[in-house]
Design a binder for this molecule. Structure first.
Ligand code: ATP
Ligand code: MG
Length: 248
């Protein structure tokens, strides 16, 4: 379990996150939704330890820290590196080693990366440069990179963003087939694709005006979320409230 308590973050004079608190139970899949520019990516970066919060804390219920797998928005691959090098990167780019972050030789890291590429169906492309890949393949490499270090927390920043509907469905299926199988791994899943998100998460967090304004089960949204959150989601997903009937 991760306890996120009172996280605040401002850039110059703009407050992006104010007093953000929630609990991430181990093994849960959490959907994080909210308007563009609202701070979802910044919150993920803080959870992933790649950005510092101005205030607040993130605590685990274990004596050690936690391993993170991160699928960054737009994939964020190193285009001039091979697929294999991209996936091995989290195992090699570490300046402190401990039980949680064991030191791997390059050969061990490449072997692990190759095995992980098999899981996402990309083993045959291991030598390709990331820059040569299609959008869907880039996301698959990103998923492999997020999986390779056997993380306890996986952060998925808009994994289907910019993909066509078929490629998006392939990515969702792959996430379910790989990450969701890890019952001890907590996943935070950011998406604007509310239709695909809601059936695939245990809980929904809504980040609006820098605060968590909704934290409920997907099936409770219509009864528990504030109206403005429902209105926001309804612009992206037809809940069946205002079904348009097309007349011939
Ligand atoms: N390193 C930074 N320095 C200054 N401002 C930043 C930095 N990182 C993010 N911001 C600001 O934070 C705001 C948006 O944050 P963020 O990217 O987290 O939104 P988001 O909810 O992920 O949006 P989207 O849904 O479009 O991905 C932007 O206005 C951006 O200018
Ligand atoms: Mg973002």
């Amino acid at each position: 379990m991760l306890k996120v308590n009172g996280i605040s973050k401002s850039f110059s004079d703009k407050t992006l996150l104010s007093d953000v608190s929630f609990v991430l139970p181990r093994g849960e899949i959490i959907g994080l939704v909210g308007p563009s520019g609202g701070g979802k990516s910044v919150l993920l970066k803080i959870l992933g330890g790649v950005m510092k919060a101005d205030q607040g804390s993130i605590k685990t219920d274990t004596p050690h820290n936690y391993r993170v797998g991160f699928l960054f928005q737009e994939g964020a691959l190193f285009d001039s590196m091979s697929v294999l090098e991209n996936v091995a990167f989290p195992l090699l780019d570490c300046d402190h080693y401990d039980d949680l972050h064991p030191k791997f030789s390059q050969q061990e890291a490449y072997e692990k990366a190759y095995q992980t590429l098999k899981k996402v169906g990309l083993a045959r492309a291991y030598k390709k440069h990331a820059g040569q890949l299609s959008g869907g393949m880039r996301r698959r490499v990103g998923i492999a990179r997020a999986l390779v270090n056997e993380p306890e927390l996986v952060l998925l920043d808009d994994p289907t963003g910019g993909l066509d509907p078929v490629a998006a469905s392939v990515i969702i299926d792959l996430i379910k087939k790989t990450l969701y199988k890890l019952t001890q791994t907590t996943v935070v899943f950011v998406s604007h694709d509310i239709r695909r998100l809601l059936p695939n998460v245990h809980r929904v967090l809504g980040l609006f005006d820098g605060r968590i304004q909704c934290n409920c089960l997907p099936q409770e949204l219509l009864t528990k979320a504030p109206q403005h959150v429902i209105d926001f989601l309804a612009t992206r997903y037809d809940f069946g409230i205002n079904k348009t009937v097309i007349k011939n």
